[in-house]
Design a protein around this ligand. Structure first.
Ligand SMILES: N[C@@H](CCC(=O)N[C@@H](CS)C(=O)NCC(=O)O)C(=O)O
Length: 198
């Protein structure tokens, strides 16, 4: 979703190749393309990328889409980079552990670990909760890829059933981001390609 959403917002042409999920087990020849076996996997000429939070930044810089990014001399540049990295290193990280132990491996009796990581994820929203009290967008009072990276993490949390515990300003922000035509087009492309939308 992050890569598709960024491509849609920026109006960059792309081609999607879909495959059964998880490809590591169900489409073993994908390992010849991406030995990690994960999605997303973006190929642009000689560039091959596996990190969904990095792909939007690549597109801003490589395709000169500065209207979706901030330059280093901008006063909020540090904040912008921090949100980009925060989105995965701090937010989706506990979500993936929650998902693994509460859903995929619940039969191993590790559901408690899953629950701990659900709470940990919610606690890690503290900075965002405060930041969104008086802001429509994360930085520079306009939509940027920081919103794509962070809103996707919130969207994944909602998809995992954690969204009902979001603070109102965070839930409002997520619903605003999901209402964007670029997000909706990306979600449709995801559906057409039979992905689970995450
Ligand atoms: N940090 C990477 C994680 C990529 C990742 O783990 N993708 C998951 C789906 S969201 C996956 O492909 N899992 C299947 C597997 O590991 O076999 C990103 O956010 O892009």
């Amino acid at each position: 979703m992050r890569a598709l959403w960024a491509l849609e917002e920026m109006g960059i042409e792309y081609e999607v190749v879909s495959m059964p999920f998880p490809p590591r087990f169900l489409q073993k020849d994908f390992l010849e393309v991406n030995d990690l076996g994960t999605i997303p996997y973006m190929i642009d000429g000689e560039t091959h990328m596996t990190e969904s939070s990095g792909i939007p930044l690549y597109l801003v810089e490589r395709y000169g889409k500065q209207e979706f990014g901030l330059k280093p001399d901008h006063p909020e540049y540090g904040d912008y980079l921090n949100w980009l990295f925060h989105s995965d290193a701090t937010l989706t990280f506990p979500q993936t552990i929650f998902l693994r132990y509460s859903r995929f491996e619940s039969d191993r009796g590790l559901g408690e670990a899953g629950e701990d990581y659900r709470k940990w994820y919610l606690k890690r929203l503290t900075r965002l909760n405060r930041h969104l009290l008086d802001r429509e967008f994360l930085v520079d009072k306009r939509f940027t890829i920081a919103d794509i990276d962070i809103a996707y993490a919130l969207y994944l949390g909602e998809y995992l059933g954690i969204g009902s515990d979001y603070e109102p300003q965070v839930d409002d922000y997520l619903q605003r981001m999901k209402a964007r035509p670029g997000f909706q087009r990306a979600a449709m492309v995801g559906e057409e390609h039979n992905t689970v939308g995450v």
